[in-house]
Design a protein around this ligand. Structure first.
Ligand code: ARG
Length: 464
């Protein structure tokens, strides 16, 4: 009998190689080697306190694990032999090879079930910190662009039709506020991730009286899981993360879509840098916004990862099931994808050029129609009536092809006497902006306040 698995005692036959390939997770959970080594060190220390590992063995184990960490860092997966199932068995097996018998004691009272649940939580906490830093960098670029272009006005759209003018900085800051919520969701989720499952063993709790409080401290967790069954089976913390990143990715896909549109020949508001655009293999004239198109498309992939895990988790029987092994590739892929997206879109912003004049000249004069309605409303005309009166004026403009903003007091009074007293500069952009200085409006001071808020937020509390 030449079964090489660590659990091979109760098996007569070897595993079919086809199934062996399907069963292994080493090819992807090798990513967790640092977390697994840390866990093994902390855990071996605890076993030493309980008298299960001698002082001498403990030293060998710690040294061996240190060497292993460097070896894996250097050589990667090639260091493991083919029959290794996952990172946990891999590290134990290599340690036995390296230091001999002493290593055979490290798995006492733990299971790969609490081990993987612990490793992945440590890993995810670190990754969330990294993602927050990348998000912060991106947000700093948004604020920089907003602060340095406060004099630019542009058409604002609803239904992708001209609606009302906007300060460009107001527009770009809208993404700050969306992404600020995306950040907060991530930060908030940490309290549900920083819970240590170690000590739960396979499902019922370790048979050894481990000092879990000490393990928690040494591994850097905030809390300890309170129920071993829940601890080994629950992956809702991953689902929550995948959901949070899906929402963030949707925000970024909107950003990408706007930038694709606004940089297209038809709008020509933005000029994208060569750094994040591509050419065509046949048409020498093309400069394509692939970075933004891919950002838009990655949302599908990220949301797909969320849905995939959601489906895996549905109706699973308690407690650990191998189905849970499928969580990792989805998680890793989402992490890698969002990090790339955040990095690339920062470049988009940092090298963005704005066609100030085109943006300003693209404001449709009809976009000032609401100003007339507001004027009448302030003259005590019921709003709905005022809307109707101005609607007729707009219709006249469209049918007879003249600019709404060219209407003088005299002409307006011919539509409705209540226009008496309206200044001829009623359609002035400055007036329009000044009327919108309330909190959250597109007025210059309001936008400056938004920028101040963002800057404070970014310096004071944007690091998890
Ligand atoms: N590779 C496994 C996973 O990712 C580790 C846990 C295996 N547990 C077990 N009882 N086979 O979920």
């Amino acid at each position: 009998m030449k079964n090489k698995k660590a659990w091979s005692g109760r098996f007569r036959e070897e595993m079919d190689p086809l199934f062996e390939k399907m069963n292994q997770s080493l090819s992807f959970d090798i990513r967790l080697y640092k977390q697994d080594i840390l866990l093994n060190k902390v855990y071996s220390n605890e076993l030493n306190k309980l008298g299960i590992i001698s002082d001498e063995d403990l030293n060998k184990i710690i040294e061996g694990l240190d060497v292993l960490e460097k070896d894996i860092e250097k050589k990667g997966i090639s260091i493991f032999t083919d029959e290794i199932e996952d990172i946990h068995m891999g590290i134990e097996t290599l340690l036995v090879k390296k230091i001999g018998e002493s290593a055979k004691r490290i798995h006492a009272g733990k299971s790969r079930n609490d081990q993987i649940a612990t490793d992945i939580r440590i890993y995810l906490i670190d990754e969330i910190k990294e993602i927050s830093i990348l998000l912060k960098n991106f947000l700093e670029s948004i604020v920089f662009v907003a602060e340095n272009n406060l004099d630019i006005i542009m058409p604002g759209y609803t239904h992708l039709r001209h609606a009302q003018p906007l300060l460009f900085s107001h527009y770009i800051m809208s993404f700050f506020f969306s992404l600020e919520r995306d950040y907060e969701r991530l930060a908030d989720s940490l309290k549900r991730i920083s819970i240590m499952p170690l000590g739960s063993a396979a499902l019922s709790g370790s048979g050894f009286n481990l000092n879990r409080e000490k393990l928690r401290k040494d591994l850097g967790f905030k809390y300890i899981s309170k129920n071993s069954i829940d601890a080994v089976l629950s992956r809702d913390f991953i689902l929550e993360f995948l959901s949070n990143i899906s929402i963030m990715s949707i925000t970024l896909s909107r950003f990408a879509e706007d930038f694709i549109l606004y940089s297209s020949e038809h709008f020509n508001f933005f000029i994208l840098s060569d750094k994040i655009t591509t050419g065509s293999s046949i048409m020498p004239n093309k400069k394509n916004p692939d970075s933004l198109e891919l950002t838009r498309a990655k949302t599908g992939r990220i949301l797909g990862n969320f849905v995939a895990l959601f489906t895996v988790l549905k109706s699973l029987p308690s407690t650990y099931n191998k189905d849970l092994q499928e969580d990792k590739e989805r998680l890793f892929d989402t992490i890698d994808t969002i990090k790339d997206v955040l990095k690339v879109n920062k470049i988009v912003l940092d090298y963005l050029e704005l066609n100030k004049t085109i943006m300003k000249n693209s404001i449709d004069t009809l976009s000032f129609a609401t100003e007339l309605v507001d004027y009448l409303t302030l003259k005590n005309v019921p709003f709905r009536e005022a809307h109707h009166i101005v609607g007729k004026i707009v219709m006249n403009c469209v049918e007879n092809q003249f600019y709404l903003t060219s209407l003088t007091e005299k002409m307006l009074v011919s539509y409705d006497k209540n226009f008496k007293g309206i200044k001829d500069d009623w359609a002035n952009i400055e007036t329009f902006l000044k009327r919108r200085e309330l909190e959250g409006g597109t007025g210059l001071n309001s936008v400056k306040k938004q920028i101040d808020y963002a800057k404070k937020k970014l310096t004071n509390n944007f690091t998890i």
